[in-house]
Structures are given as structure tokens and as C-alpha cells.
Design a protein around this ligand. Sequence first.
Ligand SMILES: *[C@@H]1O[C@H](CO)[C@@H](O)[C@H](O)[C@H]1NC(C)=O
Ligand SMILES: *[C@@H]1O[C@H](CO)[C@@H](O)[C@H](O)[C@H]1NC(C)=O
Ligand SMILES: *[C@@H]1O[C@H](CO)[C@@H](O)[C@H](O)[C@H]1NC(C)=O
Ligand SMILES: *[C@@H]1O[C@H](CO)[C@@H](O)[C@H](O)[C@H]1NC(C)=O
Ligand SMILES: *[C@@H]1O[C@H](CO)[C@@H](O)[C@H](O)[C@H]1NC(C)=O
Ligand SMILES: *[C@@H]1O[C@H](CO)[C@@H](O)[C@H](O)[C@H]1NC(C)=O
Ligand SMILES: *[C@@H]1O[C@H](CO)[C@@H](O)[C@H](O)[C@H]1NC(C)=O
Ligand SMILES: *[C@@H]1O[C@H](CO)[C@@H](O)[C@H](O)[C@H]1NC(C)=O
Ligand SMILES: *[C@@H]1O[C@H](CO)[C@@H](O)[C@H](O)[C@H]1NC(C)=O
Ligand SMILES: *[C@@H]1O[C@H](CO)[C@@H](O)[C@H](O)[C@H]1NC(C)=O
Ligand SMILES: *[C@@H]1O[C@H](CO)[C@@H](O)[C@H](O)[C@H]1NC(C)=O
Ligand SMILES: *[C@@H]1O[C@H](CO)[C@@H](O)[C@H](O)[C@H]1NC(C)=O
Length: 815
Amino acid sequence: MKCSTLFYYLAAASSASLTLAANSTLLNIDVGSQPVIDVVDVRKQNGVVCLPNFFPLQDYDPMRPASVPTYSLPQYDESVDIGPSATLDADVQALLDSLTLEEKAGQLVQLEIGQFLGCDGLINITAAEIMIDKWKIGSVLEAPQNQGGRWDINSPQRFANFTNTMQSIALRMGSKIPLIWGVDTIRGANYIKGATIFPAPVNTAATFNPVNAYNAGRVGAKDTRAAGVHWAFSPLAGINRNKLWSRNFENFGEDPYLVGEMVYHDIKGLQGDYKNDRSRVAACVKHFIAYTAPTNGKDRDHPNIPWNVLMEYFVPPFKRAIDGGSATVMEDYGLLNGQNTVLSEKILVDLLRNELGFKGMLVTDWGEVNSQWNQYHSAFDVEDSVYQTLNKSSIDMSMTADDILYANSTMNLVNAGKISIDRVNESVGRILQLKKDLGLFSQPYSDTSLIDTVGSKQDVDLARNSALESLVLLKNDKQVLPLNTTENVLFVGPAFNSINYIAGAWAIHWQGTNAYEGDTVYDGYGESVMAGVSNVTGLTPTYIQAYNISGYRADGYDDVVKAARGADKVVFFLGEKPSAEGLGNIDTLRMAQDQYDLVESVYKNTETPIVLALVQNRPFSLGKLSSYASGIINVGLPGPYGGIPVAEVLYGQYSPSGRMPYTYPKMDYQASTQYYTPIWNEYDPEFAFGQGMGYNNITYSNITVSNTDLVSGSPISVSITATNNGVWEQSEPVLMFTTQITRRGYSPELYRLRAFDKQKIAPGASVTYNFNLTAEEMSFINVDLQRVISEGPVMITMNAFNQNSKSITINLHES
Ligand SMILES: *[C@@H]1O[C@H](CO)[C@@H](O)[C@H](O)[C@H]1NC(C)=O
Ligand SMILES: *[C@@H]1O[C@H](CO)[C@@H](O)[C@H](O)[C@H]1NC(C)=O
Ligand SMILES: *[C@@H]1O[C@H](CO)[C@@H](O)[C@H](O)[C@H]1NC(C)=O
Ligand SMILES: *[C@@H]1O[C@H](CO)[C@@H](O)[C@H](O)[C@H]1NC(C)=O
Ligand SMILES: *[C@@H]1O[C@H](CO)[C@@H](O)[C@H](O)[C@H]1NC(C)=O
Ligand SMILES: *[C@@H]1O[C@H](CO)[C@@H](O)[C@H](O)[C@H]1NC(C)=O
Ligand SMILES: *[C@@H]1O[C@H](CO)[C@@H](O)[C@H](O)[C@H]1NC(C)=O
Ligand SMILES: *[C@@H]1O[C@H](CO)[C@@H](O)[C@H](O)[C@H]1NC(C)=O
Ligand SMILES: *[C@@H]1O[C@H](CO)[C@@H](O)[C@H](O)[C@H]1NC(C)=O
Ligand SMILES: *[C@@H]1O[C@H](CO)[C@@H](O)[C@H](O)[C@H]1NC(C)=O
Ligand SMILES: *[C@@H]1O[C@H](CO)[C@@H](O)[C@H](O)[C@H]1NC(C)=O
Ligand SMILES: *[C@@H]1O[C@H](CO)[C@@H](O)[C@H](O)[C@H]1NC(C)=O
């Protein structure tokens, strides 16, 4: 095979254009020329450029980032919330005024990069020039990919070559307005080779430490920008309401307050001072709203949510994101309460713009405008879809993805007088202002100096630390954990020996790696738990696969009982194939029977203690396995750098500090059970929200309140002291819940999380945690959609659902 190195150079856009638009000052900034990036060309296989579907990724893109061990980036005043402004800058307004209708319509359209790729995975300049020159498109999304997502992992060098080349075309053709490029950077820049991939958001939530959300956002922004991409479709601010749903792991759990805190800090990390700092991206909080509550648990099944319930539980995390300055919002697929979201004035104007005060740019999810006529039966044809979208909603940009019909229809509708030009101006203005805020008019090309920072050890350490903090110890009878290197431990299950299975979906590819390429595609950027155990113990672990990732018997199934008899302990890694969206739909929370049967035969035929390590997208029901096991750890999806952290917890180098960010059901009927169920209702899950412990015995004492009467405008402070009676240092989260004992007319919830804090406690030491509680936090939305307070006693509980919980009661007053 032959490699050739291409050095290339493209002249800067000519500044002497005579068109109207080019008169704008924003388009007359000297932006220099496209940076020269030394890109290794795609390798040919047997002299053929158009590679087959399956080929080693390294043949496609053999480059790696230099990954300098450390680097430093601009800091800013984190206490300031920086977000979109309601008005356009004068130069943005001037540019808007100078645009033709055609140029405006083009700005509203976002196309996926697959439209501009040849079968060789290289950019098709002709196709790009047509879309930019003729249709004047304003935006592009995703990583260079085709062949069903096979190639969507590119070195930052190669990715930047793509984005800069597209940008150079945009600067010299069509409206000459730079493109804004968006990508699904969900937890680190998961589509850029070598970029540090953090744990899945559900694991970040389990850390109960928002710094981890910040770090994932910060590193993800920097690596995304290194590739010349300016916009991350992240974070997800949904509260999970159905445990069957395939996308639970992408959100931060089931609690509105926890989700809000994580989302806020993720946005701070992604965006920071994004109007000045070119190592940041625009965040895009999504999916607005109620995607997370599919009625039957399948992806995109319709949610029905009473409006007061929506306002009480679903809206607060989005409000926190918008107040925190999220530059953009993405609307949700499908419908809510029977009405299609992308066509909804109530959701996208009344709620989002008027009530929540969102001033930034609103984008659709993939293909949603076309889906109205070709899937949902809510519009007669494409023009009707576009008409309803523009007339009813406040959508600014259509992630049309595969065609330019949105632009064409917009022009037709304005020309026919059905849509006013003012409505189009409003959206184009927001798009242009965002482009200016992100520095695209003055610095349209990528900053090549960021490339060397991708995959820095500094970043990997942060990802490993987040993974470490995210592991939740749920059961530890007779201190079966931690393991000791002197013990003979048998490890069973493919998730023990795979990077892909601990990483999950939205890593490397949309659905994780495929069977053909396996972990080779990680190319050293991560480690399996098996490698982690070797690293931590210096020993070669004893391992039998026994079942495949779907839980069906595989190599060594019949050897496990015998091997378990000879072992001191057996650790089963129970897993699930990485998946997302419709491809992750399931019918039941039960795992495949072979897995249950195998654990049961070890339990019934040996005396060997059993430990379960749960590596999964969502909570599969354990049935009798939870009683057979002496130890249970919820591993979740700690990311490709989760191998060493899992080993460190298993072997006692770190005392676990995660807590469940959702209710873990026992059976399918509990799939839609949250801990904030009515106080009298059954709450009998396998594991409760907030449950978790470390290896230390932590005792709590001295719960105090500054005042036993809580009135509006006068917060009280609550404190509690935790003492570490163990031998490990303990990172200890304290979760403060409230329960209103009686709430007239509206049964109170069992508990509501109001605050949390995580601190380190040295062995033998005590630490006092302080919280504030306001009467306003105790208010709720009634069916008339008013926020009200109902007076009466309120119980404050620290660490509800854990054995060391402590409570104190105060009185809430209406005024
Ligand atoms: C270009 O801008 C200048 C100054 O704003 C203005 O006087 C002139 O009319 C503009 N030219 C065109 C072609 O719009
Ligand atoms: C880099 O971009 C240039 C165009 O700017 C293109 O000709 C070349 O094929 C690209 N190289 C790779 C490896 O993608
Ligand atoms: C590039 O795009 C043009 C225009 O869409 C198309 O005609 C041509 O076949 C494409 N070339 C490749 C190699 O895909
Ligand atoms: C939507 O259409 C109605 C009926 O033609 C019209 O009164 C209204 O102004 C339009 N709204 C927008 C935002 O275009
Ligand atoms: C754009 O709309 C016009 C008017 O309806 C139509 O004739 C034309 O075919 C459309 N173009 C595309 C690419 O759909
Ligand atoms: C929208 O743009 C048109 C020119 O394209 C202009 O006549 C009109 O005043 C603009 N409306 C607003 C509200 O800016
Ligand atoms: C491991 O076991 C050995 C021998 O029983 C014991 O001395 C040592 O303290 C144990 N280590 C841990 C971390 O428990
Ligand atoms: C363990 O992994 C770390 C991080 O990758 C590495 O620096 C160290 O050399 C490894 N140690 C062993 C014994 O493999
Ligand atoms: C696991 O094995 C079953 C039964 O042989 C098979 O149907 C399934 O496709 C396998 N799953 C995977 C992910 O290989
Ligand atoms: C935890 O420590 C306290 C204080 O030393 C002790 O009273 C209690 O029995 C211990 N609990 C457990 C489960 O060891
Ligand atoms: C609890 O408060 C009492 C009285 O103020 C004090 O003597 C004791 O040391 C405190 N305990 C802890 C663990 O802080
Ligand atoms: C509680 O409120 C006081 C007064 O506003 C503030 O100084 C303190 O930082 C708050 N404490 C916490 C833990 O938020």
C-alpha cells in the first residue's frame, strides 16, 4: 500500500467582489488564506480508491494527533452567564439588509456532509460548489461519513481539511457568508479520532459532581473546534421517564434538578466565553421538549404530558440551560400531546421564546420538516410543511440534511406572499449573529494549533476521573469487594474484554463500533476492563467469555461452573450491545435467558461469591440475580477510558462515590417509575434514585437548620456532618431531599432532590456540608398552571434511600 502526503494551498477569497452582499463590512474582513495542514491521503487497497464497506480504519485515515501531554487555554469569569442577545449588531443588520431572498433562504438550510463525499470518502468539490454557489446553503453538519456511517471517524487533521476546504468554497462562492458547522459532540468530540471521549451523560450524572460535566464540555469544545467545527448538538436536557427507551444514557438521569445542574455546567464547558474564545463552541440544548417520555418506550413514540407536569418536571432543566446562555436549542422529533412539535406555536413560540425568553437560534432535528409530509401526515406536501413551520413556529434553521427543498419552498412562499419577508429576516438575523458571535466572519478557518492538544494526557486524566466517580456500588455483602490481588478471580462476559461495550453508542460511530472492526478502531485510545485489571494488578486475569453481548451462550459457557468452583470469587460482566435511537428499541427489560441461567448455575452449584458488574445503556432487570450476587456495581457506560477506573474500584484503589441518577426497576411494570412518585404510591424498585455507597462506613450526625420556619424571601440553611470511619479516602456526595408531609389538594411527592454536594473525607475525619433551602423551591405548578406554595410540615432528608440517611422537620409557610 502506498501513502502520499499532500501539501495544499488555496488562495483566499477575492475581496473585490461587486455583488451587493460583499459590500457588508462583515464580509470585507481580511481572513487570510486556508491554513495548510499536512494531511496524509487515503490509502488505496489493491490500487482501488473506492474502498469496500469493510476495511481497516487505519487504511482510511492513518493520521494521529500529536497529543501534547499538557496545554493551557483561555480562562474566563465563570460566574457570568454569556448567551445570545435579543438584538442584532449593526454590522449583522447591515449584512442582513444587503442579502437577496435567495441568499436568505440558503442561510436557513443545513445539509449533512455526506452530500459532498465521494465513494472514496474524499470531499466532492463539484457537489459542494453546486450547493454553495447555486443554493447558498448556510450550514453543514456531522462528520465526514458515508457507507452507513462507516467512515465517520477522522483524524482532526483530516476533519479540519474538510471543514476548511468547505469554508474556502463558501467564502468565494454564493453569498460568501462562512458556513456554521455542527456535530454531535455529546461527551467529548466522539467523532474525531484521538479526541478524549468521556463517560456517557448518565454516568456523568452518577458522579453527582458537575465539574465532570464541565470537563466533558470543555475538552469536547476544544477538540471539536480543532476540527474546524463550531457547534455541538449537546447537551441533552431531558428527564428520563421510561427505562425501556434507547436514549436514556444520553440524558443525565430522571431528576429535574440533577439534570439542570449537569446541563448548566456542560454548557459552561462547551461555550464559556464563546463570543471571544475561539476554542469554544456554541452549545445546543435538546430536544425541546418531552422526547424522553415515549409512551410505549420505543424511540419517538408519542408523549402525552399534561401541561402542569411538563412545567413542573420537564421544563426546569431547559430553563436552567437557557438562563445559563445556551446559544442554540434543538426542537424535538415527533409530537407532544398530539401536536407536531416543529409546527407548534405553543411549544416553540409561547413556551420557548415568550415564557423561557430564549433569544438564540433554534434548529430542527434531522429531517423534521420533511417528516411532516412524508412520515407524520401533518402536512400535504413539502411546501405546506415549510409554510406551517415558518408561520407557526420560531424555527430558524432546518436540519434538512439531504435536500434544499426548504430553501426553495421558503422563496416560493415569500414570493407568493404567504410568508412575510420579516419572518425570514428574523431567522436569518439570528443565524448571522450566531456566526458573528462564534468569530466566523473574522476567523472562518480552524485554529491549527488546537490539533496537537487533541488526546492530551491532561484530557484523558479528566475522563478517567469522571469514569472513576461514576461507578455506583449498590450491594456489598460481607465485603465481597474490593477484590484482592491474592485472590483467584474469574471474570465472565464479553463486556470485560471490550472497549466498545464500555464506551457505548455516540463514540466512534453513532451505534458504536461494528462487529468487523471491533476495538481496533479505537487504535489505542482507551482500554478494556481486562487491560485495566492487568494494569492495576500486574496480573493476567482469568477470563471466560461464556455469552455474547446479547446474552446468548457463546465460547466457554459450559466451562464457567467448573472454573467458578476453583475460584475465590466470580465477577460477571452483564452487558448490552451499544445502540441509540430506533436501533436500540427493546420489548422488555429482561436480558437473554442464557445469562440468567449461567449466573444461577454458579450460585446453585458452587459456594463461590458472585459479583455483578452492570455495563449497560439502560437498567436491565436482574430478577433473582440480585439476591444471588453478594456484590453489585453499576458500571453503566464509563467510556473508552473506563477500563482502568473499573479495575481501580474492583481492586480497592478507590472507594466508589457514584449514586444512582435514576430509579432501577425490578420489573417491566416499573419502567416509568420515578422516585418523585406520589407519597402514598408504591416505590419498590431494585435500586432507588440516589442509592450507592463506598467501601468506607460513613456515619452522619448533627443535622441542623438555621430556622424551623421557612417563609418566602428568607432561605434557611441546613447542615450535616459526615464522618469517615473507614480506611480509604472517601469522595462523599450528600443529597438533600425534601418531602412535604401534606399538600392540600395535591398529594406530595415521596421526595424531591433540592441540592447536592460532594466532598472528600480523609479516613477518620469529619466534614460538614451546608445547603440552603428556599420556600420558592417548595412551590409547585397546579393544574391552573400557577406556581403555588401549600403550607405545612416539610421533612428534609439527607441521603434518602441510603442506610445512613438523616431527617429533620421544618414548617413551610404560604407567605
Ligand atoms: C456600500 O456601502 C456604502 C457605505 O455603507 C454605501 O454608501 C453604498 O451605497 C453601498 N453600496 C451598495 C452597492 O450597496
Ligand atoms: C485536503 O483538502 C484538499 C482540498 O483542499 C483535497 O484536495 C485533499 O484531497 C484533501 N486531503 C484529504 C486527505 O482529504
Ligand atoms: C460529485 O458530485 C457531482 C454533482 O453532484 C456528481 O455528478 C459526481 O458524480 C460526484 N462525484 C463523485 C466521485 O461522487
Ligand atoms: C401566519 O398566517 C396567518 C394567517 O395567514 C397570519 O395571520 C399570521 O400573521 C402568520 N404568522 C406569521 C408569523 O407569519
Ligand atoms: C423550486 O420551486 C419551483 C417552483 O415551485 C419549482 O419549479 C422547482 O422545481 C423547485 N426546485 C427544486 C430543486 O425543487
Ligand atoms: C426584511 O428584509 C427586507 C429586505 O429584504 C426589508 O425590506 C425589510 O424591512 C426587512 N424587515 C425587517 C423587519 O428587518
Ligand atoms: C489482601 O490480602 C492479604 C492477605 O490476606 C492481606 O494482607 C491484604 O491486607 C489484603 N489487601 C487488601 C487491600 O485488602
Ligand atoms: C497503566 O496505565 C497507565 C495509563 O495508561 C500507564 O501510564 C501505565 O504505564 C500502565 N501501567 C502498567 C503497569 O501497565
Ligand atoms: C448472540 O448470539 C445470538 C444467538 O446465537 C445471535 O442471534 C445474536 O445475533 C448474537 N448477538 C451478537 C451481538 O452477536
Ligand atoms: C459504622 O461506624 C459506626 C461508628 O464507629 C459504628 O457504630 C457502626 O456500627 C458502623 N457500621 C457498620 C455497618 O460497620
Ligand atoms: C455534633 O455536635 C456536638 C455538639 O455541638 C459536638 O460535640 C460533636 O462533636 C458534633 N459531632 C460531629 C461529628 O461533628
Ligand atoms: C446560602 O446562602 C448564603 C446567603 O445567600 C450564601 O452566602 C451561601 O453561599 C449559600 N450557601 C450555599 C451552600 O449555597
